[in-house]
Write a protein that binds this ligand. Structure first.
Ligand code: AMP
Ligand code: ZN
Length: 114
């Protein structure tokens, strides 16, 4: 685990966060600066820097992130719809270098995003 990675430290319980779902392979937390009434982050417990750094061996884990996002969205009452976002790299707006899926809901989303 990279000791300077914020999300690795959250997953390890070294930095507090509101955990809403946790399995052996992934953790879902509330975003500290929500951009929607519901704003969660789904994190693989294993450190992967971004989608661009994911390997074929991560295929099942990547699928599990999306499937779990759908389950958590239902649990959060987002049956009317929601948005999943994976910011990747500098131009993609990624600010934390540990792969994460944003789950946004509770308001109507606009398109295109900024
Ligand atoms: P991104 O810009 O796609 O890399 O998303 C990083 C997200 O992490 C942002 O939405 C931040 O608000 C969120 N974030 C940063 N620090 C924390 C923290 N300590 N706990 C929860 N979410 C955080
Ligand atoms: Zn990490």
């Amino acid at each position: 685990m990279p000791t300077n990675c914020l999300f690795c430290q959250i997953i390890a319980g070294q930095i507090p966060a509101t955990v809403v779902h946790r399995t052996e392979r992934l953790t879902a937390i509330r975003d500290i600066n929500p951009a929607a009434p519901t704003h969660l982050l789904l994190l693989p417990n294993e450190h992967i820097g971004s989608v661009a750094e994911a390997q074929p061996a991560h295929a099942a884990l990547l699928g599990e992130l999306l499937l779990t996002a759908a389950v958590v969205a239902q649990q959060q009452g987002l049956g009317g719809g929601y948005r999943l976002v994976i910011n990747t790299g500098a131009d993609g707006g990624q600010t934390v270098q540990h792969l994460h899926v944003h789950l946004l809901g509770g308001r109507a989303m606009r398109w295109p995003p900024g």
